[in-house]
Design a protein around this ligand. Structure first.
Ligand SMILES: [Zn+2]
Length: 405
């Protein structure tokens, strides 16, 4: 079976995750796909196939006889789709020999336009898969699952020598919890790749260090007519706090390796205000400096307005995986060499966000990310091509071949 045929099957299963849910997985419906994958994996001849009570799917292909000492490589993708758009009733449009021009999405008569997505021009001549405009596509990350299982089918049916290959499918990646309950030990891989990204040839192994800061401000509320030298307006203190941060270090003014302070929300009244900041930086030194800056502001404002006016609580969210990938740069070298063999141009860019691979890398499983061939994730403009998926599939096979040398 071709990878896109699997994709078209999986996107029919509604697997949207839910940020507001406290359950594991955040939505029960993710088990619907997990159970289908378990059956398919067994049919393919994958061993040790299981889905656990937290909706993580695992399995492995034992090493070819004589290749048992080769590194065991993990392949990981996620089953959920982003809550930012509906993932229910997905009805893809498959356009053969795509002409490189605007595409009418027939479900809501909207247009997937070349002006907005100039990458479409490069896809001319390919078989393009889009949404019908009423949902997202779910190529993020069902394309990753489809490619991984197609790789399994290829190495099992074509008798390609390989080390142990471990397969893992996670729930809840889109709500930042995909790696939380991943059984790294039971998975059994020495190294892994998440297959969860954009264009074929994309390989990422640097991401942000991330923290969130909650700033609570207690004001002093008195009648405004007699407020002189008494009132402390929490909202004004909040504005002052924000104005003391470097204005150029905001998301809207930064790119590439530039970090930022992002004021995500500000709520309150005179008596009390709450601000939520996201702090991001690739450099761990600059990341620490940013956190120190916030603590310094807390101190300065408390000296000005009185102790306990400002209280800040900073929590780390995830870290840059780079320092865990550096000792195993073969993961990057083997991938880029495999790309060259297949005529794919490597696209290496720092991720301005986090990935499950970052958390897994910190939990002892070095795990860069590879593209799936998809574009414009998390909304109705999402699209992918049959050829791009084939390239990504072949790339993974090629990487496994390299690790068996
Ligand atoms: Zn994804």
């Amino acid at each position: 079976m071709k990878a896109y045929e699997r994709l078209l099957k999986y996107v029919k299963v509604h697997t949207t995750s839910d940020e507001s849910s406290e359950t594991i997985p955040t939505t029960k419906r993710q088990f619907d796909l997990a159970n289908i994958l378990v059956e398919e994996m067994k049919e393919l001849g994958i061993e040790g196939v299981r889905v656990d009570d937290k909706c993580y799917v695992y399995g492995y292909i034992p090493a070819t006889k004589g290749y048992e000492t080769k590194p065991s490589i993990g392949l990981i993708a996620h089953m959920d789709t982003a809550p930012s758009a509906s993932g229910k009733g997905v009805n893809p449009q498959v356009i053969e020999n795509y002409n490189g021009e605007d595409v009418l999405l027939k479900g809501d008569n909207s247009v997937l336009s070349v002006e907005k997505f100039p990458n479409l021009k490069e896809l001319k001549g390919r078989t393009l898969i889009t949404t019908d405009g009423t949902t997202l596509l779910g190529a993020d990350d069902k394309a990753g699952i489809a490619e991984i299982l197609t790789v399994c089918e290829i190495i099992l049916t074509e008798n390609i020598p390989h080390g142990k290959v471990c397969i893992g499918f996670t729930p809840d990646e889109e709500v930042g919890r995909g790696a939380d309950h991943f059984d790294v030990k039971g998975f059994g891989a020495d190294f892994a790749y998440t297959i969860d990204g954009g264009i074929e040839g994309e390989i990422s192994y640097e991401n942000f260090n991330a923290a969130k800061a909650i700033v609570e401000i207690d004001g002093v509320l008195v009648h405004p007519g007699s407020a002189k030298n008494t009132m402390i307006n929490a909202l004004n203190v909040a504005c002052e706090f924000n104005s003391m941060l470097p204005q150029t270090e905001r998301p809207e003014h930064t790119e590439n390796y530039e970090g930022f302070f992002y004021l995500e929300s500000l709520n309150g009244d005179t008596a009390h205000a709450t601000m939520k900041f996201l702090i991001r930086d690739h450099s761990s030194e600059k990341f620490l400096e940013k956190k120190d800056t916030l603590i310094h502001l807390e101190k300065i404002l408390n000296e000005k307005y009185g102790e306990d006016t400002v209280k800040i609580d900073i929590k780390d969210q995830y870290k840059n995986m780079l320092e865990h990938i550096k000792p195993c740069l073969h993961l990057i070298e083997n991938a880029t060499e495999a790309m060259k063999t297949l005529g794919i141009t490597p696209v290496i860019e720092p991720i301005r966000g986090g990935t499950d691979g970052a958390t897994l890398s910190y939990n002892g499983l070095p795990c860069p990310n590879l593209g799936t061939g998809g574009f414009a994730f998390h909304g109705k403009s999402e699209h992918i091509t049959v050829e791009g998926m084939d390239l990504c599939t072949n790339l993974i096979v090629e990487i496994l071949k390299r690790y068996s040398k």
